[in-house]
Design a protein around this ligand. Sequence first.
Ligand code: AP5
Ligand code: ZN
Length: 220
Amino acid sequence: WRLVLLGAPGVGKGTQAELLNEQLHACHLSTGDVFRAASKSAGQLSPAMKAASDFMRKGELVPDSTVWEMVRERKECLHCVGGFILDGFPRTLGQAESLARLMKEEGISLHAVINYDLPATEIVARLSGRRTCEGCKAVYNVIERPPKTEGLCDKCGGALFQREDDKPESIKVRLDAYDKLTSPLIDFYKKLGALVSVDAHGTPAEICDRTILALQLKTA
Ligand code: AP5
Ligand code: ZN
């Protein structure tokens, strides 16, 4: 499958990408994960990557040119035998157009763009409760999916931390950026006949089953 996961910040795209990938074994490219890893790496950051971590901290989108450079460097992901899951990319019409051009050049097309749908109040709750393991990067939620021992990762025992952009002031900026710049992609992909809408209520496993079913219906 060649998939794009669309949806507001915190709707559960990363959680679903991990679950879907247990079945699909695709290349999972999360632009947010790549930027976060780069900003924590010990090496010297290029000026563009340094600027990217400042945008992220505030909850603003990284400029299209920086995102696109990073995605192009990973274009082998488009040819992974298991397909690919793009998570958090594209996020603007400009990025969607660049992706469409690149895929045309590479002779491939998208199977589906999955749009996860959840009311804003529930999105804020998921974001505010999120904690990430500093060791293995596993994602928890203090309310909905707490670890067995408070503050520690079930998988590796690492300490859990709150992402800087999950603080209330950044959450607001991220949701505004989503409304203005990312939500127009829903119509963009609807017009192309690629959009599959999935209700993001329920447990991660339920949402994953719903996603697989929706994909099967689309190609039936
Ligand atoms: P990115 O990392 O992509 O953040 P995001 O889109 O804001 O998405 P999140 O990672 O916050 O949420 P998610 O939907 O993956 O939810 P998750 O599964 O973690 O981007 C971060 C920043 O990088 C951006 O703000 C921007 O600055 C920059 N950036 C990245 N890509 C860019 C691009 N293409 N262009 C420009 N800038 C870019 O779940 C959230 C929480 O909910 C967790 O606690 C989880 O445990 C919980 N949860 C998940 N599912 C459920 C469920 N079913 N029930 C209850 N809780 C659940
Ligand atoms: Zn861990």
